[in-house]
Design a protein around this ligand. Structure first.
Ligand SMILES: [Zn+2]
Length: 510
């Protein structure tokens, strides 16, 4: 059986779940459902990253100890993904005991191999970024991300010989052009590697920070948060046991936003090389959601919370918007206006209307009982079937490239054709002629086949809608994969239509 291992980043517990987290997680969930639907053993990992200065500081600001604070925010992520129907297989926390043990075992192994050394380092340290900056990287003496002058710190620390792996990483990126996708992010990593790659400081003295995993070879230090967090992708598999690492790790598909390209594109592969593990299969990098009103922030009050979106618009409509609006890899703009426009145009007027028309006619003309097809199909019937088959074929190739918006476009172009088919064949007119009743039965049968196909192909994107369609057709799980024309047994009776996607008025009310 073919396998795929899909991961979201471990979300840092310094913020509650927002649009950026939700997008990555919805993409991961869609991929998992898609690969399951084509017969893969697909495993989806998500979780939370909980160590480091920022968490220690946030906990202190909330009057909590770091673990109690991390528990609270981690639970919020987990319960949010549960409420959103995300089908993750494992939720890892970097404070889990098995993860700590794994990180320490890797550190010890790399240390014993001479890949970690003790040295002195002085530099400009930004607490917000949890990293040192070179003078060149500062803008007017300030951290470009935090607009704050960093502190100068000089201390003894442990370093991972990352620079040693520079050429091996360049070679790997050249030998496997699809290692980092889309191409622009691979180019970005290669451009970065044109400069000498420095060694990575992987420790923090406990005099400054206690909230981290202790170095196994020196208890005066804890592990740098990235060196700890990245290892989750493997520690979760080790925890799962059996052959998980052997069979799933080489099939790892990481999903990240572009702000964490450097740790995933440079630190992580060199760490894997040092640990003697194969590289991941792919690193898939997506862009940012920009807000109409500028950058999303708590102070601007424009934070998009997934559960609010779910309550107001429905999770499937929200998922559809996210997957349809953003071209994976590029930035996209989020606005409620655009969301409402898509829900009304694509879901209410197009998909919802098509399904309710087909089901209403079936109900009205045949009391819901599916009529037989003749042996020879009319050319427009064959064409309808072929257009859906072509759309499903197109969808497959788009999914391999993570072009979700194109995959959905393919489905909607078939849907447009199906709407035209209703207009052109006009079953509502033919039914007035008693001699044409058998033909109307055939037309509706083909329309129901289109609905059945939609239920199958939309399942990874809009899982609740797919189930609703299947229920309207009164079919079980197993009724979805039969070829066109063989999906309904003789005398099969479907259910009356219902409104799948109510139109949303511009004031936001349904
Ligand atoms: Zn900073």
């Amino acid at each position: 059986m073919e396998r795929i291992y899909i991961t979201t980043p471990l979300y840092y517990v310094n913020a509650e779940p927002h649009l950026g987290h939700t997008y990555t997680t919805v993409v991961a969930d869609t991929l998992k459902r898609y690969y399951r639907s084509i017969g893969y053993d697909a495993f989806l990992l998500t979780g939370t990253d909980e160590h480091g200065d920022k968490i220690a500081q946030a906990a202190a600001a909330n009057g909590l100890d770091p673990k109690a604070y991390a528990d609270r925010v981690s639970d919020l992520f987990r319960s949010t993904w549960d409420a959103c129907g995300i089908a993750y297989d494992h939720f890892i926390r970097t404070t889990d005991g098995y993860h700590t043990k794994f990180v320490q075992s890797v550190l010890q192994k790399i240390y014993d191999a001479g890949e970690i050394y003790f040295g002195e380092y002085g530099g400009f340290y930004c607490y917000g970024c949890e990293r040192f900056y070179t003078e060149k990287e500062l803008v007017d003496g300030k951290c470009p991300d935090h607009q704050k002058a960093p502190d100068y710190i000089s201390e003894k620390n442990y370093f991972f010989r990352m620079g040693k792996y520079q050429q091996r990483l360049i070679d790997a990126l050249q030998a496997r052009p699809e290692l980092i996708r889309p191409e622009r992010y691979r180019s970005e990593v290669l451009a970065f590697l044109r400069e000498p790659l420095e060694d990575l400081c992987i420790s923090r003295p406990t005099s400054r920070l206690q909230w981290g995993i202790a170095l196994p070879f020196d208890s005066n230090y804890v592990t740098y948060v990235w060196f700890d967090a990245l290892l989750n992708y493997v520690s979760a598999l080790e925890h799962r046991g059996g052959e998980s690492i052997a069979v799933l790790w080489p099939k790892a598909n990481h999903l990240i936003a572009k702000d964490i390209l450097k740790p995933h594109g440079i630190y992580w592969p060199t760490m894997l090389m040092a640990a003697g593990l194969p590289l991941y299969d792919h690193l898939h990098v997506h862009g940012y959601w920009n807000m109409d009103s500028g950058k999303m922030s708590k102070s601007l009050g424009n934070v998009i919370r997934p559960l609010e979106m779910k309550a107001r618009f429905g999770m499937d409509a929200f998922r559809y918007f996210l997957l349809r609006e953003m071209a994976f890899g590029q930035d996209a703009k989020f606005s409620e206006e655009a969301l409402v426009t898509r829900i009304n145009a694509d879901l209410a007027n197009n998909l919802g209307n098509f399904v309710s028309r087909a089901l209403a006619m079936q109900q009205k003309y045949f009391d819901g009982v599916v009529q037989p097809l003749s042996a020879n199909w009319a050319s427009e019937d064959v064409k309808l079937r072929d257009i859906f088959a072509a759309a499903e074929f197109d969808l497959k190739s788009q999914m391999e490239e993570l072009q979700f918006h194109r995959a959905l476009e393919a489905v909607w172009s078939a849907l447009d054709h199906a709407n035209r088919y209703i207009v052109q064949t006009a079953p509502f007119t033919l039914i007035k002629d008693a001699e044409k009743k058998a033909r109307v039965g055939e037309l509706l049968h083909h329309l129901l086949e289109a609905v059945r196909t939609l239920s199958r192909v939309l399942a990874p994107f809009m899982p609740e809608t797919a189930v609703q369609l299947r229920d309207l057709l009164a079919l079980g799980d197993d009724g979805l994969n039969a070829p066109w024309g063989q999906g309904f047994a003789a005398g099969h009776k479907i259910n009356p239509p219902k409104v799948l996607f109510p139109r949303i008025e511009s004031n936001g009310k349904k």
